[in-house]
Design a protein around this ligand. Sequence first.
Ligand code: YSA
Length: 356
Amino acid sequence: MSAPPSSDESLATLDRELARGLDLVARASSVEDVEDAQTSLFGRKAPFAVVERALGSLPEDERRRVGQRTNEVRARLKAAITERRQALESERETAVLELDRIDVTLPGRRLRAGSLHPLTIVQQEIVEIFTRMGYRVVEGPEVEDEWHNFDALNIQPDHPARTMMDTTYLSVPGHPELLLRAHTSPMQIRTMQAEPPPVYVVVPGRVFRNEAITAKNMPVFHQVEGLAVDKGIRFSDLKGTVESFLRELLGADLRVRMTPSFFPFVEPGAQFDVSCFVCGGSGCKTCAFVGWIETMGAGMVHPRVLENVGYNPERYTGFAFGMGYDRLAMIRFGIPDIRILWESDVRFLEQFEGVG
Ligand code: YSA
């Protein structure tokens, strides 16, 4: 171990350390540099510490002189360190703020809004037209029972639609009568059971059938049921209502055709077709080469159906219709294949931005 420095040596060391320290601190370009300078000046092995430790071995009057100088040098270095650290910290803060600066005068980034699905657009349009005519919107369950789906609608037990081939039955223990509704017509029954006439309702919803997929058929599709029961409703009211609805939805120059059809829950029954939007009526793949696209079944509510729900068929008459609006969406937007509606292809969907 070397001998402790003399007072002159200590004073010289203090001067050197003061100069070295002030220089180190002045050249520090980061807070980390300032920390390093502090360690180098005041660390346990630094010359400054050696001087401090040697103070005790100096005679009293020299100790006071060297001690005083030690305090002065320490104070000046510490002050320089604090000042430099504060300056560097505030520089760093300014730089961060500068990086994060938000220029409120810049034009905003446009948020891309999605679009409504074409089926939703058409459903809303259908509902809007009928509510303007005075109809109310109701919705019903997708899981139905055989009575509402078939029996109450006068569909006999031997009707082919009641087989497993056409209807999806559910296997719920103890409930062999449960099925996925094959049409929205059961809501005619539920509505009339729930309220007395007059009734004017439309019922949008999803329906399910065991069917092969083709350009215009899906096993899951959508219908809007309509029901009007009142005193004095006639077949001509049905024709006028449906024709003006179709023209409003699809365009005034559309060709509409009403032909006889059979549904056990109407008498007489009809079907409304519109001219094929792809071929204009000459026949193509979309219309299965018939030139027309079937849009809905309809008719005058069968007296037996009115009796089944406790309405008096001598006093009240009514009409009903059930339209497939996947097909109406195809016609409305010129979509040649129903499957496109289910593919969720963004390039297809983004064409509906701003529609509806
Ligand atoms: C008939 C008379 C009434 O008084 C009330 C309603 C009805 C309609 C009846 N409930 C029904 O479902 N008839 S329907 O089987 O011919 O279907 C009605 C419409 O749904 C069709 O005109 C067609 O537009 C559409 N549709 C039928 N099967 C389809 C389909 N759409 C897509 N895929 C399928 N698999």
